[in-house]
Design a binder for this molecule. Structure first.
Ligand code: KDG
Ligand code: MG
Length: 402
């Protein structure tokens, strides 16, 4: 089999997506997600200008060799643009291999290690009452793990809470918006939210929370301690993770489990975090971490250190990534949980898929390959629109981590 074409489909069915379609001389094609939120066209250009021409004529079954060719062969390593582009190629090749061998991708990754993939939903509200109601609604839908984000008294808005009545979506069309942030006010509010959630909703539901990189290590240590009575499943991204040793300080002070890595694009971003056992869950994800080939290696290394996976799964990761994540989560041994921020009905229509949700778990389906497609005619009706993630400033105007 030979690759005959590799082309991009860029569309915006409620939000932007970049999808790579690799076609072969045997009529089999594969899809890969290449979406990098707010920097979509950089990846599209990297692929169309530099990567796609090198794929034509290659044997698509040589997944490992093509991965190494694109990683080592570029000389310039790592970085979100490069690794998202490599991931798109890699995932499309796994999709092709599954279809060619007439088996779902999870079988190529070692077969089922479990029956279903536990997912967590998003809940949010402007205040504690609204957030409690929102978590309850997700539980009524069948979720057994829910992430809770709430507005902070005295602050006009924060990460994870919608500005209007629509479902929360961080990317905004137009130029980047700016919001204000106060770690002091947040640190007073967050423990009260989780205390209430446990009183109202009991001990059984897994509760998760995303700090979204906003604290210093000592502040995060204090938050982790304050949250211990609420027995969280995890506290996510307590600090920006460029400084891996920052997690040592957090770890020394709290037993609240820690998850990080959604912005990682290389295993090396997590190397110290894993081998020192400073984290419990690795959030590195297929689309930004170099594909299934790279994630499998990272997960196998993490397994040795009791670190489990908790792959990023926000709406900017397309249904192609969601499908890949479910095949991955079903097969690896050290799976922890998978994020499930539901796509809009329009996004789902553009990407028809086999995966399903039932009673807290998701299932990739048994169709050969990934079990996800793209309706190119529908996609063409929703052209790309520039969009950005917001920025955050401290109360005195200093730019801080969003
Ligand atoms: O593109 C950025 C979003 O995917 C991110 O802000 C979402 O933190 C996030 C999460 O945990 O889903
Ligand atoms: Mg996050």
């Amino acid at each position: 089999m030979k690759i005959t074409s590799a082309r991009l489909i860029i569309c915006s069915p409620d939000r932007n997506f970049v999808t790579l379609k690799i076609e072969t001389d045997e009529g089999i094609y594969g899809l890969g997600d290449a979406t990098l939120n707010g920097r979509e066209l950089a990846v599209a250009s990297y692929l169309s200008e530099h990567v796609c021409p090198c794929l034509i004529g290659r044997d698509p079954s040589q997944i490992e060799d093509i991965w190494q060719y694109l990683y080592r062969g570029a000389y310039w390593r790592r970085g979100p643009v490069t690794m998202t582009a490599i991931a798109a190629v890699d995932v499309a090749l796994w999709d092709i291999k599954g279809k060619a061998l007439n088996t779902p991708v999870y079988n190529l990754l070692g077969g089922k290690s479990r029956d279903g993939v536990m997912v967590y939903a998003h809940a949010n509200g402007r205040d504690i009452d609204e957030t409690v109601d929102s978590v309850r609604k997700e539980m009524e839908l069948g979720y057994i793990a829910v992430r809770a984000q709430s507005g902070i008294p005295g602050m006009s808005g924060t990460y994870g809470v919608p500005k209007g009545t629509k479902a929360y979506e961080p990317a905004e069309r137009g130029l980047p918006s700016e919001s204000l942030w106060s770690s002091e006010r947040y640190l007073r509010a967050a423990p009260k939210l989780f205390e209430r959630l446990r009183v109202e909703l009991g001990e059984d539901v897994h509760l998760l929370h995303d700090v979204h990189h906003r604290l210093t290590p000592i502040e995060a240590a204090r938050l982790g301690k304050a949250l211990e009575p609420a027995n969280l499943f995890w506290m996510e991204d307590p600090v920006p993770a460029e400084l891996q040793e920052g997690f040592k300080l957090i770890r020394e002070h709290t037993t609240t489990p820690i998850a990080t890595g959604e912005v990682f694009n290389s295993f090396w971003d997590a190397h110290d975090l894993i081998r020192n056992q400073w984290i419990d869950y690795l959030r590195m994800t297929i689309v930004h971490g170099g594909g299934l080939t790279a994630l499998k290696k990272a997960a196998d290394f993490a397994a040795i250190y009791h670190v489990r996976t908790g792959c990023h799964g926000a709406t900017d990761l397309s249904p192609v990534t969601m499908a890949a994540a479910l095949h991955f989560g079903l097969s690896i041994h050290n799976f922890g949980v998978q994020e499930h921020m539901r796509h809009s009905a329009l996004t789902d229509a553009v990407f028809p898929h086999e995966y399903t949700f039932s009673a807290g778990y998701m299932y990739p389906g048994d169709k050969p390959g990934l079990g996800v497609d793209i309706d190119e005619t529908l996609a063409a009706k929703y052209p790309y629109e520039r969009a950005y993630l917001p920025l955050a400033r401290k109360l005195d105007g200093t730019l801080t981590d969003w």
